[in-house]
Ligand binder design. Structure first.
Ligand SMILES: [Zn+2]
Length: 324
């Protein structure tokens, strides 16, 4: 099987933050940055990100600084230090949003406790939206920061109690460790690996329509979670066989994509299909088919749609189509 390389970075990659992990242990420095009017806060409300310019079709991330940030912190929700930003953070937006350049600390802050987050913010800053709905349109570095904040805070708000003894946890290391107040067990941010793979056989690729897909005629690559005690290649072969009855031979890595919806990293592969006859797992899949290059080149004509442009699934398909 020909090796197919990633043609360009995936959406939600290209995170411009320097995470400077060692600084997380410097409580005095973190406290100073929290109070620094130049520090930037990325608010997350019930897993939604604050975005400006949606109605104009040009969504941009909104960062909060100065007094507006103090008001957010007064709400008392969990926060996490994400890193420092060396250059000016994109366009910014609206009153209370950041302006200026230089190295600035960036924090994620969760304000989910408020039933309505709007009064916590300066007027007309933007809207809280599901990043999945707008990620395609936000500049890549900004989309990465929004995804980073969303992923970290999703973990934080769901690890308030110790998984070992059930006692409350408290945040350490600038929000990157949740430590049990009773047994002192430390709990770290999770990102769960999922494999996603385009199975190729000659001039055909295997695409399926999953029970989970929101769009009735969308066909995409197969995918599944990596289980404990399994290599990535084994996970690829197992998931392909379970969902389609196709045995996979050679497996090659393509690229990865942070996918904090809610807490995954997608690991993209190509797999060589060893047999043709499909047997679908009807619990999970509605349909699985071999598609020719000609069909994939013109999905509309053939009555289906491809996965979204911000997905690694789409990138796997496009990069295969670009080979001859
Ligand atoms: Zn404990």
């Amino acid at each position: 099987m020909t090796l197919i390389l990633a043609s360009r970075p995936n959406v939600y990659s290209s995170n411009p933050l320097d995470r400077i992990g060692a600084r997380r242990e410097d409580a005095a420095w973190i406290a100073e940055r929290l109070d620094d009017p130049d520090s930037l806060f990325v608010p997350v409300w019930r897993s939604r990100n604050l975005v400006h310019g949606l109605d104009e079709g040009a969504p941009e991330a909104v960062y909060i600084s100065g007094e507006a940030a103090s008001a957010l912190r007064m709400a008392g929700g969990p926060w996490v230090f994400l890193g420092v930003l060396g250059d000016q953070p994109g366009e910014g937006a609206g009153e209370g949003a950041a302006e200026g350049a230089g190295e600035r600390a960036v924090f994620g802050i969760d304000i989910s406790a408020a039933d309505d987050p709007v009064p916590l913010l300066p007027d007309a800053l933007g809207k809280f939206v599901d990043l999945r709905a707008v990620g395609w349109g936000v500049a890549k570095p900004e989309a990465s920061i929004l995804a980073h904040a969303r992923g970290m805070l999703h973990w934080r708000v769901r690890h308030r109690f110790c998984g070992v003894c059930g006692a409350p946890c408290e945040a350490k290391s600038a929000g990157h460790v949740m430590q049990c107040t009773a047994c002192e067990a430390q709990h770290f941010p999770r990102t769960d690996p999922a494999v996603i793979m385009l199975v190729i056989r000659g001039d055909h690729a295997l695409l399926g329509h999953s029970q989970r897909f929101p769009r009735a005629n969308m066909y995409s690559t197969l995918a599944g979670f990596v289980e404990p005690g399994e290599t990535l290649e084994e996970a690829v072969r197992r998931e392909v066989f379970e969902e389609s009855g196709i045995r996979a031979g050679a497996v090659h890595y393509h690229s990865s994509q942070p996918w904090p919806f809610p807490g995954n990293i997608m690991l993209g592969f190509y797999a060589e299909g060893l047999n043709e006859e499909i047997t679908i797992d009807t619990e999970e899949m509605i349909d699985v088919r071999w598609f020719s290059r000609a069909e994939i080149a013109d999905p509309e004509q053939h009555g289906f749609v491809l996965p979204r442009v911000d997905s690694i699934a789409r990138r796997l398909i496009e990069d295969w189509m670009a080979t001859t």
